[in-house]
Write a protein that binds this ligand. Structure first.
Ligand code: GLU
Length: 525
Protein backbone atom coordinates (compact mmCIF):
# COMPACT_ATOMS: atom_id res chain seq x y z
CA UNK A 1 0.00 0.00 0.00
CA UNK A 2 1.06 3.57 -0.67
CA UNK A 3 2.36 5.75 2.07
CA UNK A 4 0.17 8.53 3.26
CA UNK A 5 1.15 12.06 4.17
CA UNK A 6 2.67 12.96 7.51
CA UNK A 7 0.46 14.71 10.07
CA UNK A 8 2.31 18.01 9.68
CA UNK A 9 1.91 17.96 5.93
CA UNK A 10 -1.78 17.03 6.20
CA UNK A 11 -2.21 20.05 8.42
CA UNK A 12 -0.57 22.30 5.83
CA UNK A 13 -2.48 20.78 2.93
CA UNK A 14 -5.85 21.23 4.66
CA UNK A 15 -4.95 24.66 5.97
CA UNK A 16 -5.36 23.62 9.60
CA UNK A 17 -5.12 20.74 12.01
CA UNK A 18 -8.00 18.29 11.64
CA UNK A 19 -10.25 18.59 14.65
CA UNK A 20 -11.26 14.96 15.06
CA UNK A 21 -9.99 11.49 14.51
CA UNK A 22 -12.38 9.01 12.94
CA UNK A 23 -12.75 7.30 16.30
CA UNK A 24 -13.74 10.58 17.89
CA UNK A 25 -16.33 11.20 15.21
CA UNK A 26 -17.73 7.71 15.68
CA UNK A 27 -18.14 8.50 19.34
CA UNK A 28 -19.54 11.96 18.78
CA UNK A 29 -22.19 10.61 16.38
CA UNK A 30 -22.98 7.16 17.73
CA UNK A 31 -25.38 4.73 16.06
CA UNK A 32 -28.91 5.82 16.82
CA UNK A 33 -30.93 4.24 19.49
CA UNK A 34 -33.98 3.27 17.45
CA UNK A 35 -36.25 0.25 17.25
CA UNK A 36 -35.19 -2.50 14.90
CA UNK A 37 -36.15 -1.75 11.32
CA UNK A 38 -36.49 2.01 11.82
CA UNK A 39 -35.53 4.02 8.75
CA UNK A 40 -33.36 7.10 9.06
CA UNK A 41 -33.92 9.23 6.00
CA UNK A 42 -33.18 12.74 4.89
CA UNK A 43 -34.11 15.31 2.31
CA UNK A 44 -30.93 16.97 1.19
CA UNK A 45 -31.73 19.84 -1.13
CA UNK A 46 -29.24 22.22 -2.60
CA UNK A 47 -30.82 25.62 -2.01
CA UNK A 48 -31.46 26.87 -5.53
CA UNK A 49 -34.33 29.24 -4.79
CA UNK A 50 -36.83 26.87 -6.35
CA UNK A 51 -38.76 24.00 -4.86
CA UNK A 52 -39.49 21.53 -7.65
CA UNK A 53 -42.46 19.22 -7.37
CA UNK A 54 -39.92 16.38 -7.68
CA UNK A 55 -38.35 17.66 -4.45
CA UNK A 56 -41.68 17.49 -2.69
CA UNK A 57 -42.10 13.97 -4.05
CA UNK A 58 -38.79 13.01 -2.44
CA UNK A 59 -39.67 14.66 0.84
CA UNK A 60 -42.84 12.64 0.90
CA UNK A 61 -41.08 9.34 0.25
CA UNK A 62 -38.48 10.13 2.90
CA UNK A 63 -40.86 11.27 5.56
CA UNK A 64 -43.28 8.44 4.91
CA UNK A 65 -40.52 5.82 5.14
CA UNK A 66 -39.44 7.27 8.46
CA UNK A 67 -42.98 7.65 9.79
CA UNK A 68 -44.16 4.16 8.95
CA UNK A 69 -41.07 2.57 10.51
CA UNK A 70 -40.95 4.79 13.61
CA UNK A 71 -37.71 6.21 12.33
CA UNK A 72 -36.30 9.67 11.78
CA UNK A 73 -36.58 12.05 8.86
CA UNK A 74 -34.02 14.85 8.65
CA UNK A 75 -33.62 17.95 6.53
CA UNK A 76 -30.04 18.64 5.48
CA UNK A 77 -29.18 21.76 3.56
CA UNK A 78 -26.50 21.06 0.97
CA UNK A 79 -25.11 24.55 0.67
CA UNK A 80 -21.59 23.78 -0.44
CA UNK A 81 -21.90 25.34 -3.84
CA UNK A 82 -20.96 28.86 -2.85
CA UNK A 83 -20.99 29.96 -6.47
CA UNK A 84 -24.69 29.19 -6.80
CA UNK A 85 -26.02 30.75 -3.64
CA UNK A 86 -29.45 32.35 -3.93
CA UNK A 87 -31.05 34.69 -1.43
CA UNK A 88 -33.95 33.22 0.61
CA UNK A 89 -33.39 29.86 -1.02
CA UNK A 90 -33.46 27.96 2.26
CA UNK A 91 -36.54 29.85 3.41
CA UNK A 92 -38.37 28.71 0.28
CA UNK A 93 -37.64 25.10 1.19
CA UNK A 94 -38.66 25.55 4.82
CA UNK A 95 -41.87 27.37 3.87
CA UNK A 96 -42.86 24.72 1.35
CA UNK A 97 -42.42 21.91 3.86
CA UNK A 98 -44.38 23.83 6.45
CA UNK A 99 -47.27 24.56 4.11
CA UNK A 100 -47.53 20.89 3.21
CA UNK A 101 -47.42 19.96 6.88
CA UNK A 102 -44.28 17.88 6.41
CA UNK A 103 -42.13 18.04 9.49
CA UNK A 104 -38.61 16.82 10.07
CA UNK A 105 -36.67 15.87 13.10
CA UNK A 106 -33.21 17.41 13.20
CA UNK A 107 -31.84 16.05 16.46
CA UNK A 108 -29.08 18.43 17.54
CA UNK A 109 -26.83 15.56 18.39
CA UNK A 110 -26.32 14.73 14.72
CA UNK A 111 -26.10 18.30 13.47
CA UNK A 112 -25.30 20.83 12.26
CA UNK A 113 -27.59 20.30 9.30
CA UNK A 114 -26.09 22.91 7.03
CA UNK A 115 -23.16 21.42 5.17
CA UNK A 116 -21.40 24.77 5.18
CA UNK A 117 -21.15 24.36 8.97
CA UNK A 118 -19.64 20.87 8.85
CA UNK A 119 -16.26 21.69 7.38
CA UNK A 120 -14.37 20.32 10.40
CA UNK A 121 -16.01 16.94 9.91
CA UNK A 122 -15.15 16.76 6.21
CA UNK A 123 -11.59 17.86 6.84
CA UNK A 124 -11.18 15.28 9.56
CA UNK A 125 -12.31 12.49 7.25
CA UNK A 126 -10.15 13.85 4.42
CA UNK A 127 -7.19 13.87 6.82
CA UNK A 128 -7.78 10.19 7.48
CA UNK A 129 -7.76 9.37 3.77
CA UNK A 130 -4.64 11.50 3.24
CA UNK A 131 -2.90 9.72 6.10
CA UNK A 132 -3.73 6.35 4.57
CA UNK A 133 -2.63 7.30 1.07
CA UNK A 134 -6.20 7.10 -0.23
CA UNK A 135 -6.37 10.76 -1.13
CA UNK A 136 -3.83 13.33 -2.28
CA UNK A 137 -3.45 17.06 -2.77
CA UNK A 138 -3.78 18.06 -6.40
CA UNK A 139 -2.35 21.33 -7.66
CA UNK A 140 -3.67 21.21 -11.21
CA UNK A 141 -4.91 24.62 -12.29
CA UNK A 142 -8.04 25.21 -14.36
CA UNK A 143 -6.06 25.83 -17.58
CA UNK A 144 -4.02 22.70 -16.97
CA UNK A 145 -7.17 20.64 -16.58
CA UNK A 146 -8.57 22.23 -19.71
CA UNK A 147 -5.46 21.18 -21.56
CA UNK A 148 -5.77 17.59 -20.27
CA UNK A 149 -9.39 17.48 -21.38
CA UNK A 150 -8.45 18.68 -24.88
CA UNK A 151 -5.76 16.02 -25.12
CA UNK A 152 -8.22 13.33 -24.00
CA UNK A 153 -10.82 14.49 -26.48
CA UNK A 154 -8.29 14.50 -29.32
CA UNK A 155 -7.20 10.96 -28.48
CA UNK A 156 -10.74 9.72 -27.95
CA UNK A 157 -10.20 8.92 -24.27
CA UNK A 158 -12.77 9.42 -21.56
CA UNK A 159 -12.29 12.80 -19.95
CA UNK A 160 -11.44 13.31 -16.29
CA UNK A 161 -8.52 13.10 -13.94
CA UNK A 162 -7.50 9.46 -13.73
CA UNK A 163 -4.48 7.20 -14.15
CA UNK A 164 -1.78 8.72 -16.31
CA UNK A 165 -3.72 11.98 -16.59
CA UNK A 166 -3.74 12.49 -12.84
CA UNK A 167 -0.48 14.40 -12.75
CA UNK A 168 -0.25 14.75 -8.97
CA UNK A 169 -1.48 11.29 -8.08
CA UNK A 170 1.93 10.19 -6.90
CA UNK A 171 3.30 13.56 -5.97
CA UNK A 172 6.10 13.37 -3.38
CA UNK A 173 6.30 15.33 -0.15
CA UNK A 174 9.02 17.69 -1.42
CA UNK A 175 6.93 18.67 -4.42
CA UNK A 176 3.88 19.21 -2.27
CA UNK A 177 5.90 21.50 -0.02
CA UNK A 178 7.22 23.38 -3.04
CA UNK A 179 3.66 24.07 -4.29
CA UNK A 180 2.51 25.07 -0.83
CA UNK A 181 5.50 27.39 -0.34
CA UNK A 182 4.47 28.91 -3.63
CA UNK A 183 1.14 29.85 -2.06
CA UNK A 184 -0.88 27.32 -4.10
CA UNK A 185 -3.98 25.83 -2.49
CA UNK A 186 -4.67 22.25 -3.55
CA UNK A 187 -7.89 20.40 -3.98
CA UNK A 188 -8.01 17.02 -2.28
CA UNK A 189 -8.62 14.18 -4.68
CA UNK A 190 -9.49 10.59 -4.16
CA UNK A 191 -6.63 8.23 -4.97
CA UNK A 192 -8.83 5.88 -6.90
CA UNK A 193 -7.97 2.22 -6.74
CA UNK A 194 -10.75 1.21 -9.16
CA UNK A 195 -10.19 -0.73 -12.34
CA UNK A 196 -12.73 0.10 -15.03
CA UNK A 197 -12.32 -3.38 -16.52
CA UNK A 198 -13.60 -4.89 -13.31
CA UNK A 199 -17.15 -4.52 -12.05
CA UNK A 200 -18.56 -3.44 -8.75
CA UNK A 201 -21.96 -4.57 -7.48
CA UNK A 202 -24.13 -1.92 -5.92
CA UNK A 203 -27.61 -2.05 -4.51
CA UNK A 204 -30.67 0.01 -5.16
CA UNK A 205 -33.82 -0.75 -3.19
CA UNK A 206 -36.01 -0.62 -6.30
CA UNK A 207 -33.67 -1.90 -8.99
CA UNK A 208 -31.98 -4.57 -6.93
CA UNK A 209 -28.31 -5.34 -7.46
CA UNK A 210 -26.70 -3.44 -10.32
CA UNK A 211 -23.15 -3.82 -11.52
CA UNK A 212 -21.04 -0.96 -12.85
CA UNK A 213 -17.46 -0.69 -14.09
CA UNK A 214 -15.30 0.29 -11.13
CA UNK A 215 -14.55 3.97 -10.82
CA UNK A 216 -11.01 5.00 -11.66
CA UNK A 217 -11.47 8.76 -11.55
CA UNK A 218 -9.60 10.68 -8.91
CA UNK A 219 -12.61 12.77 -8.05
CA UNK A 220 -12.32 15.93 -6.04
CA UNK A 221 -13.29 15.44 -2.40
CA UNK A 222 -12.45 18.91 -1.08
CA UNK A 223 -12.50 21.89 -3.43
CA UNK A 224 -9.53 24.22 -3.56
CA UNK A 225 -11.43 27.48 -3.82
CA UNK A 226 -13.38 27.30 -0.57
CA UNK A 227 -12.23 24.16 1.22
CA UNK A 228 -15.76 22.78 1.06
CA UNK A 229 -16.56 19.22 0.03
CA UNK A 230 -18.06 18.04 -3.23
CA UNK A 231 -21.45 16.36 -3.07
CA UNK A 232 -19.86 12.89 -3.27
CA UNK A 233 -17.62 13.42 -0.27
CA UNK A 234 -20.10 15.39 1.83
CA UNK A 235 -22.72 12.73 1.33
CA UNK A 236 -20.29 10.02 2.43
CA UNK A 237 -19.43 11.82 5.67
CA UNK A 238 -22.92 13.09 6.44
CA UNK A 239 -24.93 10.00 5.70
CA UNK A 240 -22.48 7.95 7.71
CA UNK A 241 -22.33 10.22 10.74
CA UNK A 242 -26.01 11.14 10.63
CA UNK A 243 -26.59 7.40 10.58
CA UNK A 244 -28.82 7.56 7.52
CA UNK A 245 -30.15 4.12 6.64
CA UNK A 246 -31.86 5.02 3.34
CA UNK A 247 -30.84 7.59 0.78
CA UNK A 248 -33.70 8.65 -1.48
CA UNK A 249 -32.39 10.74 -4.34
CA UNK A 250 -32.89 11.47 -8.01
CA UNK A 251 -31.97 8.94 -10.67
CA UNK A 252 -29.33 11.36 -11.93
CA UNK A 253 -27.14 10.06 -9.09
CA UNK A 254 -27.36 6.43 -10.17
CA UNK A 255 -24.20 6.69 -12.26
CA UNK A 256 -22.26 7.92 -9.21
CA UNK A 257 -23.19 4.83 -7.24
CA UNK A 258 -19.94 2.92 -7.94
CA UNK A 259 -17.97 5.92 -6.71
CA UNK A 260 -20.08 6.13 -3.58
CA UNK A 261 -19.67 2.45 -2.84
CA UNK A 262 -15.94 2.83 -3.36
CA UNK A 263 -15.81 5.70 -0.87
CA UNK A 264 -17.77 3.79 1.76
CA UNK A 265 -15.49 0.80 1.31
CA UNK A 266 -12.38 2.88 1.69
CA UNK A 267 -13.69 4.11 5.01
CA UNK A 268 -14.79 0.64 6.05
CA UNK A 269 -18.36 1.89 6.48
CA UNK A 270 -21.61 0.24 5.44
CA UNK A 271 -23.30 2.24 2.69
CA UNK A 272 -26.95 3.21 3.20
CA UNK A 273 -29.56 1.55 1.04
CA UNK A 274 -30.11 3.75 -1.98
CA UNK A 275 -33.45 4.47 -3.59
CA UNK A 276 -33.09 6.34 -6.87
CA UNK A 277 -36.38 7.93 -7.82
CA UNK A 278 -37.62 8.54 -11.31
CA UNK A 279 -38.16 12.05 -12.58
CA UNK A 280 -41.74 13.30 -12.59
CA UNK A 281 -42.93 13.56 -16.19
CA UNK A 282 -45.80 15.09 -18.09
CA UNK A 283 -47.34 14.47 -21.47
CA UNK A 284 -46.13 17.22 -23.74
CA UNK A 285 -49.15 19.03 -25.16
CA UNK A 286 -47.49 19.51 -28.55
CA UNK A 287 -45.72 16.24 -29.16
CA UNK A 288 -47.97 14.01 -27.07
CA UNK A 289 -44.80 12.41 -25.73
CA UNK A 290 -43.90 11.89 -22.12
CA UNK A 291 -41.09 14.13 -20.90
CA UNK A 292 -39.57 15.41 -17.69
CA UNK A 293 -41.43 18.28 -15.98
CA UNK A 294 -39.31 21.24 -16.77
CA UNK A 295 -38.47 23.93 -14.30
CA UNK A 296 -38.35 26.46 -17.10
CA UNK A 297 -41.40 25.53 -19.18
CA UNK A 298 -43.91 23.92 -16.84
CA UNK A 299 -45.32 26.21 -14.16
CA UNK A 300 -46.79 23.21 -12.33
CA UNK A 301 -43.25 21.98 -11.62
CA UNK A 302 -42.83 24.83 -9.15
CA UNK A 303 -44.33 24.10 -5.75
CA UNK A 304 -44.65 27.85 -5.16
CA UNK A 305 -47.02 28.09 -8.14
CA UNK A 306 -49.16 25.23 -6.89
CA UNK A 307 -49.49 27.05 -3.59
CA UNK A 308 -50.18 30.40 -5.22
CA UNK A 309 -52.91 28.79 -7.33
CA UNK A 310 -54.44 27.39 -4.16
CA UNK A 311 -54.19 23.66 -4.73
CA UNK A 312 -55.22 21.84 -1.57
CA UNK A 313 -51.90 20.66 -0.16
CA UNK A 314 -53.33 17.39 1.03
CA UNK A 315 -54.58 16.59 -2.47
CA UNK A 316 -51.12 17.24 -3.89
CA UNK A 317 -49.58 14.95 -1.29
CA UNK A 318 -52.15 12.22 -1.83
CA UNK A 319 -51.66 12.35 -5.55
CA UNK A 320 -47.87 12.19 -5.21
CA UNK A 321 -48.24 9.40 -2.72
CA UNK A 322 -50.45 7.44 -5.08
CA UNK A 323 -47.61 7.56 -7.61
CA UNK A 324 -45.31 5.72 -5.23
CA UNK A 325 -48.00 3.57 -3.64
CA UNK A 326 -50.48 2.78 -6.38
CA UNK A 327 -52.82 0.84 -4.10
CA UNK A 328 -53.50 3.90 -2.01
CA UNK A 329 -56.35 5.29 -4.09
CA UNK A 330 -58.36 2.10 -3.84
CA UNK A 331 -57.78 1.74 -0.11
CA UNK A 332 -58.85 5.31 0.44
CA UNK A 333 -61.98 4.95 -1.70
CA UNK A 334 -62.91 1.78 0.15
CA UNK A 335 -62.47 3.64 3.41
CA UNK A 336 -59.77 1.23 4.58
CA UNK A 337 -57.41 4.15 5.27
CA UNK A 338 -58.09 7.78 6.07
CA UNK A 339 -54.86 9.38 4.99
CA UNK A 340 -51.47 8.62 3.52
CA UNK A 341 -50.10 8.34 7.02
CA UNK A 342 -52.21 5.22 7.66
CA UNK A 343 -51.12 3.45 4.51
CA UNK A 344 -47.97 1.40 4.58
CA UNK A 345 -46.08 1.31 1.32
CA UNK A 346 -43.17 -0.76 0.16
CA UNK A 347 -40.12 1.05 -1.22
CA UNK A 348 -39.89 -1.61 -3.92
CA UNK A 349 -43.07 -0.18 -5.45
CA UNK A 350 -41.61 3.24 -6.16
CA UNK A 351 -41.60 3.64 -9.96
CA UNK A 352 -38.20 3.36 -11.56
CA UNK A 353 -38.99 5.53 -14.52
CA UNK A 354 -41.59 7.64 -16.20
CA UNK A 355 -43.76 8.65 -13.25
CA UNK A 356 -46.49 10.89 -14.62
CA UNK A 357 -47.62 14.02 -12.83
CA UNK A 358 -50.85 14.83 -14.58
CA UNK A 359 -52.79 17.96 -13.69
CA UNK A 360 -56.11 16.33 -14.66
CA UNK A 361 -55.47 13.59 -12.14
CA UNK A 362 -54.48 16.16 -9.55
CA UNK A 363 -57.82 17.86 -10.20
CA UNK A 364 -59.60 14.65 -9.35
CA UNK A 365 -57.75 14.34 -6.04
CA UNK A 366 -58.47 17.98 -5.28
CA UNK A 367 -62.20 17.61 -5.91
CA UNK A 368 -62.40 14.49 -3.78
CA UNK A 369 -60.47 16.18 -1.00
CA UNK A 370 -62.57 19.30 -0.91
CA UNK A 371 -65.81 17.35 -1.16
CA UNK A 372 -65.25 15.59 2.15
CA UNK A 373 -63.73 18.54 3.97
CA UNK A 374 -65.77 19.90 6.89
CA UNK A 375 -67.08 23.30 5.89
CA UNK A 376 -65.08 25.13 8.57
CA UNK A 377 -61.89 23.68 7.20
CA UNK A 378 -62.90 24.62 3.69
CA UNK A 379 -63.63 28.18 4.77
CA UNK A 380 -60.35 28.41 6.67
CA UNK A 381 -58.36 27.14 3.74
CA UNK A 382 -59.99 29.61 1.38
CA UNK A 383 -59.51 32.50 3.82
CA UNK A 384 -55.86 31.63 4.46
CA UNK A 385 -55.20 31.34 0.78
CA UNK A 386 -56.87 34.66 -0.03
CA UNK A 387 -55.02 36.45 2.75
CA UNK A 388 -51.68 35.34 1.41
CA UNK A 389 -52.17 35.14 -2.33
CA UNK A 390 -55.49 36.71 -3.21
CA UNK A 391 -56.12 39.98 -5.05
CA UNK A 392 -58.43 42.72 -3.79
CA UNK A 393 -61.50 40.94 -5.13
CA UNK A 394 -60.64 37.68 -3.38
CA UNK A 395 -60.05 39.68 -0.23
CA UNK A 396 -63.50 41.24 -0.53
CA UNK A 397 -64.99 37.76 -0.64
CA UNK A 398 -63.45 36.77 2.68
CA UNK A 399 -64.40 39.98 4.43
CA UNK A 400 -67.58 38.57 5.93
CA UNK A 401 -66.64 35.05 7.00
CA UNK A 402 -70.17 34.26 8.09
CA UNK A 403 -71.55 35.00 4.64
CA UNK A 404 -68.69 33.10 3.01
CA UNK A 405 -69.49 30.13 5.23
CA UNK A 406 -73.14 30.17 4.13
CA UNK A 407 -72.07 30.38 0.49
CA UNK A 408 -69.65 27.48 0.82
CA UNK A 409 -72.12 25.39 2.81
CA UNK A 410 -74.47 24.99 -0.13
CA UNK A 411 -74.88 21.34 -1.16
CA UNK A 412 -72.66 19.98 1.53
CA UNK A 413 -75.31 18.60 3.90
CA UNK A 414 -76.18 15.41 2.06
CA UNK A 415 -73.12 13.12 2.16
CA UNK A 416 -74.40 11.24 -0.90
CA UNK A 417 -74.70 14.34 -3.02
CA UNK A 418 -71.85 16.63 -2.07
CA UNK A 419 -70.89 19.03 -4.81
CA UNK A 420 -67.59 18.27 -6.48
CA UNK A 421 -66.94 21.41 -8.44
CA UNK A 422 -64.35 22.96 -6.15
CA UNK A 423 -60.77 22.29 -7.21
CA UNK A 424 -58.50 25.00 -5.85
CA UNK A 425 -59.07 27.77 -3.33
CA UNK A 426 -58.71 30.35 -6.04
CA UNK A 427 -61.14 28.59 -8.35
CA UNK A 428 -63.55 28.03 -5.45
CA UNK A 429 -63.81 31.76 -4.90
CA UNK A 430 -64.33 32.38 -8.57
CA UNK A 431 -66.89 29.59 -8.74
CA UNK A 432 -69.04 31.36 -6.14
CA UNK A 433 -68.20 34.94 -7.11
CA UNK A 434 -71.80 35.78 -8.12
CA UNK A 435 -72.74 35.88 -4.47
CA UNK A 436 -71.02 39.26 -4.23
CA UNK A 437 -72.67 42.18 -5.99
CA UNK A 438 -69.31 43.62 -6.93
CA UNK A 439 -68.39 40.42 -8.76
CA UNK A 440 -71.74 39.32 -10.13
CA UNK A 441 -71.87 39.58 -13.90
CA UNK A 442 -75.38 39.79 -15.35
CA UNK A 443 -75.92 37.57 -18.36
CA UNK A 444 -76.66 39.86 -21.31
CA UNK A 445 -77.09 37.10 -23.88
CA UNK A 446 -79.86 35.17 -22.25
CA UNK A 447 -83.38 35.95 -23.47
CA UNK A 448 -85.43 36.18 -20.34
CA UNK A 449 -89.14 35.43 -20.29
CA UNK A 450 -90.46 38.61 -18.72
CA UNK A 451 -93.95 37.29 -17.92
CA UNK A 452 -92.36 34.45 -16.03
CA UNK A 453 -90.03 36.68 -14.03
CA UNK A 454 -92.84 39.12 -13.23
CA UNK A 455 -94.98 36.28 -12.00
CA UNK A 456 -92.10 35.10 -9.84
CA UNK A 457 -91.71 38.54 -8.25
CA UNK A 458 -95.43 38.70 -7.58
CA UNK A 459 -95.44 35.44 -5.61
CA UNK A 460 -91.90 35.32 -4.14
CA UNK A 461 -91.54 35.04 -0.38
CA UNK A 462 -88.11 34.36 1.09
CA UNK A 463 -89.71 32.65 4.09
CA UNK A 464 -91.17 29.86 1.95
CA UNK A 465 -89.84 26.42 2.72
CA UNK A 466 -88.47 24.40 -0.13
CA UNK A 467 -91.71 22.60 -0.99
CA UNK A 468 -93.79 25.75 -1.00
CA UNK A 469 -91.16 27.45 -3.11
CA UNK A 470 -91.18 24.58 -5.61
CA UNK A 471 -94.96 24.49 -5.79
CA UNK A 472 -94.87 28.14 -6.74
CA UNK A 473 -92.38 27.41 -9.51
CA UNK A 474 -94.69 24.69 -10.84
CA UNK A 475 -97.65 27.06 -10.66
CA UNK A 476 -95.74 29.73 -12.61
CA UNK A 477 -94.85 27.18 -15.27
CA UNK A 478 -98.46 26.14 -15.65
CA UNK A 479 -99.74 29.68 -15.76
CA UNK A 480 -97.19 30.91 -18.34
CA UNK A 481 -97.30 27.66 -20.31
CA UNK A 482 -93.63 26.67 -20.03
CA UNK A 483 -91.79 23.77 -18.44
CA UNK A 484 -90.78 23.80 -14.76
CA UNK A 485 -87.18 23.70 -15.92
CA UNK A 486 -87.66 26.88 -17.94
CA UNK A 487 -88.74 28.74 -14.83
CA UNK A 488 -85.77 27.46 -12.93
CA UNK A 489 -83.42 28.36 -15.76
CA UNK A 490 -84.73 31.92 -16.07
CA UNK A 491 -84.28 32.41 -12.35
CA UNK A 492 -80.90 30.75 -12.27
CA UNK A 493 -79.51 32.97 -15.01
CA UNK A 494 -81.09 36.08 -13.55
CA UNK A 495 -79.66 35.42 -10.10
CA UNK A 496 -76.21 34.12 -10.97
CA UNK A 497 -75.53 35.02 -14.59
CA UNK A 498 -74.86 31.34 -15.18
CA UNK A 499 -76.74 28.40 -16.63
CA UNK A 500 -75.20 25.86 -14.32
CA UNK A 501 -75.23 26.21 -10.54
CA UNK A 502 -75.93 24.24 -7.41
CA UNK A 503 -79.35 24.10 -5.83
CA UNK A 504 -81.33 27.23 -6.66
CA UNK A 505 -83.42 27.32 -3.50
CA UNK A 506 -80.27 27.28 -1.34
CA UNK A 507 -78.73 30.01 -3.45
CA UNK A 508 -81.74 32.26 -2.90
CA UNK A 509 -81.75 31.58 0.82
CA UNK A 510 -78.10 32.61 1.07
CA UNK A 511 -78.48 35.65 -1.19
CA UNK A 512 -81.43 36.95 0.76
CA UNK A 513 -84.62 38.64 -0.27
CA UNK A 514 -83.29 41.99 -1.46
CA UNK A 515 -80.58 40.55 -3.60
CA UNK A 516 -82.97 38.08 -5.24
CA UNK A 517 -85.48 40.81 -6.04
CA UNK A 518 -82.89 43.25 -7.32
CA UNK A 519 -81.33 40.74 -9.66
CA UNK A 520 -84.63 39.56 -11.07
CA UNK A 521 -85.67 43.18 -11.56
CA UNK A 522 -82.32 43.79 -13.23
CA UNK A 523 -82.99 40.96 -15.67
CA UNK A 524 -86.28 42.58 -16.58
CA UNK A 525 -84.62 45.81 -17.66
N1 GLU B 1 -28.10 17.96 -2.94
C1 GLU B 1 -28.33 16.81 -3.74
C2 GLU B 1 -29.39 17.14 -4.78
O1 GLU B 1 -30.08 18.13 -4.59
C3 GLU B 1 -28.84 15.71 -2.83
C4 GLU B 1 -28.88 14.37 -3.41
C5 GLU B 1 -29.13 13.42 -2.24
O2 GLU B 1 -30.24 13.42 -1.73
O3 GLU B 1 -28.20 12.73 -1.83
O4 GLU B 1 -29.50 16.47 -5.77
Amino acid sequence: MRNGLSPSLIERVLGGKPKYTIAELEEKFPPRNLPEGAFVTRFAPSPTGFMHIGGLYQVLINSKLAQQSNGVFMLRIEDTDTKREVKDAVQIILDSLKKFGLSYNNDEKYGPYYQSQRKEIYHSVAADLLARGLAYPCFLTAPEMEEIRARQNAAGFPTGIYGEFARDRDICEEEIIKHLDNGEVPSIRLYSNGNPDARIFCKDAVRGSISFPENNEDLVLIKSNDGLPTYHFAHLCDDHFMRTTHVVRGAEWLSSLPLHYQLFRMMGWTPPLYIHTSTLDKLDAETGKQRKLSKRHDPESNVANLLADGWPTNAVLEYLFNIIASGYEESKLKGAVKSIWDYEFRPKKIPMSGALFDMKKLEWWAKENIAVMPVDELVNSVVNWAQEYGDSMHKAQIDDVKYLTSVLSIERDNPKRIRKDFITWKQTLSEVSYFWDSLYQPNRDFEFNHDLLNEFLATFDIRDDKDTWWNKIVAIATKIGVKNGDVAMNLRVALTGRTNTPDLYSIMQVMGENCVKERVQGALK
